[in-house]
Design a protein around this ligand. Structure first.
Ligand code: BG6
Length: 296
């Protein structure tokens, strides 16, 4: 289903037969909503989000490409999240063993403007699909389309903002004992001690070489988000907390309580593609009642 969203921007709504849904803006190929079959919103979207190019939308799932972070000549988190993507009207079919019918393929290619700062030819296909159980699946395929034999490298993240009922009641499992780079301490490397992560102040860490499965447990909501990722070794955990929240114009002062970013990423070791080569990075999100998870 194709329609107009905020400020007349084009969006696609995916609906799955049991009632779950997702909304995707062509601007940024940005997933702004993912609802379960009870119609409950699972992603955080700021009430102050600006739906106006060239500003990236605050919340949902921004795509960070071809760069995570703010180094070098590229904009913070790259340009993919503030470009207009196009829909592929004739996408390649799903493998026959997948049941999903609710999906859309969005495409971004090299533009003259972007090649000034990032002089490479690429084609990026992002498939966004809803599984039969309401799972949200994002598959990125990035190809080097340069014919002159030039490789390129990039870093990447699915900058997912999960909606939580109270950040101080949230626990993240799957990152304990791992090494991380702390963005709040000059990207210095540390090792996470102890048990599951909990939150009582600003956090901005890049966990390295993580397991493919991470769980975000929302005690108050009795809901667990399960993040499964493939081709994405790292995971960023970010919450701006009160001070930084106040400093962000497109983020409410108290909204840090209701969100947590857990971002499947490839950052420490950039991906390099030779001409003709393709990289694939997959993210699968599910939301299940917490009781279902206990004892697993
Ligand atoms: C996180 C980074 O992924 O994104 C943070 O680790 C950054 O350092 C945050 O502040 C938000 O970035 P932006 O560009 O969307 O404001």
């Amino acid at each position: 289903e194709f329609c107009k969203g905020v400020n007349g921007l084009d969006k696609v709504i995916l609906r799955e037969s049991r009632g779950s849904s997702a909304e995707v803006y062509l601007y940024g190929a940005h997933v702004t909503s993912w609802k379960n079959d009870h119609g409950e919103e699972l992603l955080f979207l700021s009430s102050k989000a600006v739906f106006k190019p060239p500003k990236a939308i605050r919340g949902g799932i921004p795509i960070c490409f071809p760069q995570f972070g703010g180094l070098g000549t590229l904009d913070q988190h790259g340009f993919a999240r503030n470009r207009l993507w196009s829909i592929d009207d004739d996408p390649p079919p799903f493998p026959t063993n997948t049941l999903s019918k609710a999906f859309v393929d969005l495409i971004l290619k090299t533009s003259e403007e972007d090649s000034k700062n990032w002089p490479h030819s690429f084609e990026y296909r992002l498939r966004i699909a809803l599984g039969p159980g309401g799972d949200l699946m994002l598959t990125s395929r990035i190809r080097n389309t340069n014919s002159e034999g030039k490789p390129f490298s990039f870093t990447f993240a699915y900058h997912t903002y999960f909606s939580v009922s109270d950040i101080s009641e949230v626990r993240v499992e799957g990152l304990e004992t791992l090494d991380y780079l702390d963005n709040l301490q000059n990207k210095e490397r540390f090792t996470e001690q102890g048990d599951a992560l909990t939150f009582e102040s600003e956090v901005d860490k890049i966990y390295l070489s993580t397991p493919t499965k991470i769980a975000i447990i929302d005690h108050e909501k009795k809901r667990t988000f399960v993040v499964r990722k493939d081709g994405l070794p790292d995971a960023v955990v970010w919450n701006p907390w009160d001070k930084k929240a106040k400093a962000m114009a497109d983020f409410g002062d108290d909204e840090y309580k209701y969100m947590l970013c857990v971002e499947a990423a490839a950052i420490e070791k950039p991906i390099t593609l030779k001409p003709g080569e393709e990289w694939k990075g997959r993210l699968e999100l599910s939301a299940v009642p917490s009781s279902y998870c206990s004892g697993q």
